[in-house]
Design a binder for this molecule. Structure first.
Ligand SMILES: [Ca+2]
Ligand SMILES: [Ca+2]
Length: 279
């Protein structure tokens, strides 16, 4: 008789194998978007539930609205996530494998990395709190360097996120941080940001599409109002870096007046044009 733990382990390994084969088998075609969603450890069940809601909303947005092919989207979550049945486990090793599988994207492609979960800053390094060993922003930087997609969007929906803004910044990159370097509390960024990506009233320049910058601006307003309504001092100040100098701005929507960050995000759309062009 075969022991039950062996059978469980066998099917777990098979599921992981199929996940990564699926991710790697059909690499991005011309002008496509590849995406990796990683949910790290949550500090309590209510934070876990909030993170799962964001993952559960972001995944269909990417598949249905942004036109990401199912085999070009990888979702990794911890064991205690309610999304676990349809996702791999978010260990540093699995993130590395997923990045490798998606790395062969063409220069015309775009890559989206979204981290949501706990993190902390130790000795100037942002540490993503993952099941098993933590990952650092240095690990993420090395993985990103191998991704050949020409445009990269990195969303760090976690405490102390801006610690990673400078080391991860670069040409053709938009780095979205849910918090400044000193803000060490859990973030609510994704709860506002993911719905904002699809909310038509956020099309503030009335061009028929919601840019990354428009969604970011709506998110910053939503977070400010959330704290004001509860008469709480905000513990998170979202900021965005896209001009390559490594210094993020908390008001990137003022780029036409102030210069600096915001211009690239204003031209970044996750939803393709009717003809399929991302431009
Ligand atoms: Ca618009
Ligand atoms: Ca900047």
């Amino acid at each position: 008789m075969i022991a039950k733990p062996f059978i469980t382990c066998f099917w777990t390994c098979m599921a992981m194998f199929l996940l990564f084969v699926g991710a790697g088998a059909a690499q991005c075609a011309r002008g496509d978007t590849c995406a990796l969603i990683v949910s790290g450890i949550a500090k309590d069940p209510s934070e876990r539930a909030a993170e799962d809601r964001v993952v559960n909303e972001l995944r269909p947005y990417l598949l249905d609205k942004a036109g990401v092919e199912p085999n070009r989207l990888v979702v990794l979550v911890p064991e205690d996530s309610s999304c676990r049945d349809s996702a791999g486990q978010s260990t540093a090793d699995n993130i590395s494998h997923a990045m490798e599988a998606l790395a062969a994207a063409a220069p015309q492609d775009r890559f989206v990395f979204y981290y949501i979960g706990q993190a902390n800053a130790v000795a100037g390094k942002l540490r993503f709190n993952l099941p098993g060993p933590d990952g650092t922003h240095e690990d993420l930087g090395a993985w990103l360097a191998d991704v050949k997609a020409g445009e990269k969007l990195v969303v760090l929906d976690c405490p102390c996120a801006a610690v990673a803004a400078k080391p991860l910044s670069g040409p053709n990159r938009v780095i979205v941080c849910a918090s400044t370097e000193k803000q060490a509390y859990g973030t609510r960024f994704g709860v506002h940001f993911v719905p904002a990506l699809a909310r038509t009233e956020n099309d503030s320049n009335h061009d028929g599409r919601i840019s990354l910058l428009e969604a970011f601006a709506a998110t910053a307003r939503g977070i400010e109002q959330w704290y004001a309504q509860r008469q709480l001092l905000p513990t998170e100040s979202p900021c965005l870096e896209d001009d390559g100098d490594g210094v993020p701005s908390e008001r990137p929507w003022r780029y036409e007046i102030n210069g600096g960050d915001g211009r690239r995000a204003a031209g970044w759309f996750l939803t393709p044009l009717p003809g399929g062009d991302n431009g």
